[in-house]
Design a protein around this ligand. Structure first.
Ligand code: 3HC
Length: 317
């Protein structure tokens, strides 16, 4: 236990580090609230990456060509890696990966709302790459400047790979839009289903975001939910025009005064239902994750036994 004087000095040093835009590292002293917020956000980010493998993974066996299958396989594998970087970042804060998985499976921790929607056609694979990974890029690039070192560094690697994810999705859609009427209709129908859930990815409006203010003060978050949502909308409109699709929002229009697009209000009651576990695919996603965790128990046990035997041998030398 540190004395109160020492604690005040540690708090002042922490605050000076944050205000100088320097990085807090795992061995540094940090306020318990900072640590808890980081574990919450990083763990849920990691859960999102792992659960996020399911929607597109469902199309791996049904990709329309070997090329599409290879691209999709690479992307889904990347998401697994993103999850591992992020669980590792959470472990530097003293979190236990098994405990985080338990919290996910029993609903004490969340994962991104977007992954609770079904992927009904192959156009969804393109729209997820374009809009969902595009939204993730909007949200994750600022996190490369997050105040916690391991999180920021994980984001640098993640963002490089997300750019490939977004481009492959957009290229898939561009190919379909140059195809038949049926393919063009499939793309538009998919965009209509994913646009509003993509806007909800950024979290509730700022006036209903209990964590944002403190996370911004600690420079864990560098922009608010609404700021990033606006950035995503402004970025997506020209891309939609180039693709030849429209967004299902009658309120979408350029506001010259603001220098940004005005857009409608997402259905926040739907959002609250989805993050409470009542999304169209919520039950399936957690059931699949639970089955994968249970089926993988033997691998964890074998790895643990091997590591234990190796260390016993090492100590016996
Ligand atoms: N899905 C699920 N829960 C969400 C959510 C979403 N889209 N947006 C907000 N929430 C939850 C928050 O977790 C919080 O609940 P909690 O206190 O139990 O954790 C509550 O709703 C209130 O939201 P706040 O805005 O107060 O919470 P935050 O300040 O944490 O902001 C966030 C939410 C913007 C998602 C922030 O946590 C964040 O930036 N996280 C890192 C990025 C991330 O997790 N992205 C998820 C997608 S991963 C991905 O896209 C993979 C890519 O490869 C496709």
């Amino acid at each position: 236990m540190t004395s109160s004087i020492a604690e005040n000095e540690l708090q002042s040093h922490f605050e000076a580090t944050i205000s100088a835009d320097l990085r807090v590292e795992p061995r540094d002293w940090m306020p318990e609230g900072y640590r808890k917020t980081l574990i919450r956000q990083i763990a849920q980010h990691a859960h999102s990456e792992i659960i996020g493998m399911q929607p597109e993974g469902a199309w791996l066996t049904r990709a329309p060509s070997l090329r599409r299958k290879a691209i999709l396989t690479a992307k889904v594998q990347d998401e697994a890696g993103h999850g591992l970087y992020l669980y590792s970042a959470a472990e530097t804060l003293g979190a236990d990966r098994g405990d985080l998985t338990d919290k996910l499976l029993d609903g004490r921790q969340k994962y991104s709302s977007i992954f609770n929607y079904p992927t009904l056609t192959f156009a969804d694979v393109g729209v997820i790459g374009w809009l969902v990974d595009g939204a993730a890029i909007c949200n994750q690039v600022p996190l490369c400047r997050s105040s916690f070192g391991p999180y920021a560094r994980a984001m640098i690697r993640v963002c490089k790979e997300e750019s490939f994810h977004q481009r492959q999705g957009y290229e898939l859609l561009m190919t379909m839009m140059r195809g038949t009427d049926a393919q063009r209709e499939m793309v538009q129908e998919s965009v209509d289903r994913w646009w509003w859930p993509a806007l909800m990815m950024f979290g509730p409006p700022d006036d209903r975001s209990p964590n944002s203010e403190q996370s911004m003060k600690w420079r864990i978050k560098r922009h608010t939910n609404d700021e990033l949502r606006q950035r995503f909308v402004d970025m997506s409109i020209p891309q939609a025009e180039a693709l030849g699709v429209t967004f299902p929002d009658p309120d979408l229009r350029w506001n010259a005064e603001r220098g940004a697009y005005d857009f409608g209000e997402p259905d926040w009651s739907e959002f609250m239902q989805v993050i409470a576990g009542n999304g169209a695919s919520s039950v399936e996603r957690i059931a699949n994750r639970r089955a994968a965790h249970e089926n993988g128990a033997w691998v964890r046990e074998a790895a643990t036994a091997f590591a234990r035997r190796a260390s016993t041998k090492e100590n016996a030398r």
